[in-house]
Design a binder for this molecule. Sequence first.
Ligand code: ADP
Length: 441
Amino acid sequence: MAFRISLAYLKLLLTHGVLLFVGFFLIFMYDKKDSYEDMSEAVIHNMEANQEEQLSNPYLTQGFSMQIHEKTTRKELYNDLVYTPGDDKKFFLGVHMDFRDTNDTVVINDDRSFVVRGTEYVGRFQYNLTDSYQQFVSIAWKLVLFYLVVVALIIRKGKRSDVRLLEPIRIMSATANRLTVNNLHSERLNIEGTKNELKDLANVINAMLDRIETSYESQKQFVSDASHELRTPIAVIQGYINMLNRWGSSNEEVLQESIEAIQNEARSMQDLVEKLLFLSRHDKKTLKLTKKRFNMRPLVEDMVRETKLVAGNRIIHNPVMEDVIIYGDKQALKQAIRIFIDNAVKYTKDGDEITILCQKINEDCVITISDTGIGMTKKDIDHIFNRFYRSDHVRNQNISGHGLGLSLAKLIILAHTGKIKVRSQFKKGSSFIITLPKRRF
Ligand code: ADP
């Protein structure tokens, strides 16, 4: 890893080195050309000040040559060109570079038209940059050597600091390799001595491990609670089967009691298994809903009618039933509302009252299920939506149930972006207020 990083550095340094030298070469040559251009300007300036006859090249020795003629008459006023116009083909974009002979040659052609006292002139100025080029080459070799030494030093130093920099990653991957479900609670990435981004990364991974641990623990708890819940009905069924084995066939009463008890337990187990499957397969994101527009009122009215039939000894009111069009999964919402109504029946006594409302409030659909039953303590309200939670007084009173209904109902309501509000007073009664937001199409 450290080696690969060093290699990447090396490539970077070398490509940038080449760019640097090319840049340096161009700037160096351009600077020289610039000073020759000043000479061309001076010649033109002189022509303006003096007569053309006095035209001369004061810079000949410095590699500056020129040819000037009148544009219209083609009369030549001056010519000391080193490379004659016939050599034009050797020039590309005004630059002639010929390294074939021993005297390396770099020459630039600079063609200009100018007017002096009404006469148009054409001038060709040639700048010989061979000296500058050779000067550059001799400096460049020294610079290249110096640069290579610097690169070597950087790589050596970089390799050492890479190893130091990568040490936390090595420790992190070793820790990650050791991680299993058995040490998930104790193993975390060590962030001591780690800096900046690596520290952030380690923190993010540790937070992720915390979340995985929490979810793993809750899954474990779920499986253990589910097994516990299943154990009771199985034990009851086994008990009755043993009883039947001993005297069941001869005793009509025992036979009847056993069949009823086994039927009840089987029904309870079926209900439990269905709820368990539903909860373990879905969460509010994966729950597949078949949403449609429908009026909530007839659905709630149907449920009120059904409840009146099966719980005739409870007083059931439905004073407000309003039409509310909502966009949702009719079956799933029916299943959720049924859980609240069944609970209201389950946790009330004969003669208690149950009130069911279906209202349209601020375009939202609000369904309220209130009862005058056993109510809940503050502690219960905080936990009733947790899987398998049942309040102590419910357990003590032997009221049937597994503590999964409300978790399931909540999942469905949340999948519809709804809310559930709970109000309750111990021994006085409870109210569940479900708000389903304004329909969306
Ligand atoms: P279950 O009813 O099967 O126990 P739920 O998830 O439906 O499971 O309810 C969880 C707990 O919430 C119940 O055990 C009970 O303690 C409490 N609860 C729910 N609804 C009511 C209610 N209407 N009145 C009093 N307690 C309630």
